[in-house]
Design a protein around this ligand. Structure first.
Ligand code: ADP
Length: 394
């Protein structure tokens, strides 16, 4: 009867999902605005969604308030019911390459690699420490976005820069969104009825990455040493000529931190459209706003360029192209634009299926005569983590 708690912590938020031992979601919610003026605890339980405004000055106080709320609401009757806590961690760094138990040694590895994910990892570390204190009897695991990409061959993960610096500083393509890309590989196996699938997975949300999956393993992915690389995203530029950074610094008298902030937070869809990072806003504006339309054209082109490269990279027959995450699941126009740019193959979208919003976990959006099948699969990161955690100690 032991429940599994899945935790996805950011710099100021803790997203949580509580699963039963049968892996059904019993309750979920998010604690937001941690360390800010006033925090919010959102609870989604038995069909009711409630918001509570409360002070959340630290991660420890937040976790204390969370577990007290679960008891008060009758979600748990005592703390020991939560037998396992599974944490999503963006980057495990060079030493944590697969799902790992939370031990002192592994926590030290994580702390030592904070520079690799300065935006994402500190929140995860604080959350782990807080839950260790509040739920000392629970077993704990860390699930890394980088882990699925540990199978990348050396030619895919190495950057062509000075090799001694590469080795000294552990510079390599880590790749991200691996929990969902792995889930997409497993779900594709289920949908296609075969083991070892060849798929290009397009995880397009606010952050976005493509993954070339061969025999259900990651062989290349578009994010790199950090999640700034690859395709154009909501606020991130994706790949650019690195010389642009030095040029902007000199011409605009900006510091390296200012330019990096611009590339991470004020570029991509937001920077090009000069309107919004949210695809829904830009999509609405594009018919009257030329710059919005241009931003969408550029966005699709950058994705199509990676898609054709990855289709070519997979050895053997490609089984499917899969769209997933916020935009990949919901935006038929982006999907159509990305596929239209592929000239080497005869890919055909079924317009009605593409526009149909009424589907459960996946749908086929290509016609029978399309050279490759194209699917939309809903992202299921939390469920995937819960599943991994449920078998970890067995
Ligand atoms: P994150 O990378 O933050 O996890 P998500 O995968 O949740 O992102 O995707 C968030 C993005 O999905 C939003 O910024 C928005 O642009 C896009 N999105 C969500 N719903 C829709 C929709 N119905 N149509 C188009 N875009 C959508």
């Amino acid at each position: 009867m032991s429940k599994i708690l899945v935790i996805n912590a950011g710099s100021s938020s803790i997203k949580w999902n509580l699963f039963s031992d049968k892996l059904e979601v019993e309750a979920k919610g998010v604690a937001q605005r941690i360390k800010m003026a006033s925090g919010i605890l959102t609870l989604d339980y038995k069909g009711n969604k409630t918001d509570t405004i409360t002070e959340l000055p630290t991660f420890l106080v937040t976790v204390k308030k969370l577990v007290e709320m679960w008891k008060q609401e009758g979600i748990i009757s005592n703390f020991n019911e939560i037998g396992q806590v599974a944490f999503r961690v963006v980057n495990g760094g060079p030493n944590l390459r697969k799902t790992s138990e939370v031990t002192e040694e592994n926590l030290t590895h994580l702390v030592n690699s904070i520079d690799l994910a300065p935006v994402h990892n500190p929140g995860a570390i604080e959350a782990i420490k807080a839950f260790k204190e509040m739920l000392p009897n629970a077993k704990m695991t860390m699930h890394f976005d980088t882990a699925f990409h540990s199978t990348l061959p050396k030619v895919a993960y190495t950057y062509p820069i000075n090799y001694s610096i590469t080795e000294e500083l552990n510079i390599r393509k880590y790749g991200f969104h691996g929990l969902n890309h792995h889930y997409i590989a497993l779900k594709s196996e289920e949908i296609l009825g075969k083991k070892g699938v060849n798929v290009v997975s397009l995880h397009i949300g606010n952050g976005a990455s493509l993954c070339a999956i061969q025999n259900s393993q990651s062989i290349d992915t578009s994010m790199g040493f950090t999640p700034l690389a690859g395709v154009m995203m909501g606020t991130r530029s994706g790949d650019i000529d690195p010389s642009i950074i030095a040029y902007i610094m000199k011409q605009k008298n900006m510091t390296i931190d200012e330019v990096m902030k611009m590339l991470n937070e004020q570029s991509g869809m937001l920077g090009v459209s000069q309107l919004s990072s949210d695809m829904r806003d830009v999509g609405k504006a594009r018919l009257e706003n030329e710059q919005a339309q241009f931003a969408m054209d550029l966005y699709a082109q950058r994705i199509s360029d990676y898609l054709i490269t990855y289709l070519n990279k997979i050895k053997g027959k490609v089984d499917a192209i899969v769209f997933t995450a916020g935009i990949g699941e919901n935006d038929d126009y982006v999907r159509e634009s990305v596929i239209k740019n592929i000239n080497l193959l005869k890919l055909k979208i079924d317009d009605e299926a593409n526009k149909n919003r009424n589907f459960k976990d996946y749908k086929l959006i290509s016609t029978a005569d399309s050279e490759l099948p194209i699917y939309v699969i809903r992202a299921e990161e939390e469920m995937y983590i819960a599943k991994e955690a449920s078998t970890f100690f067995k």
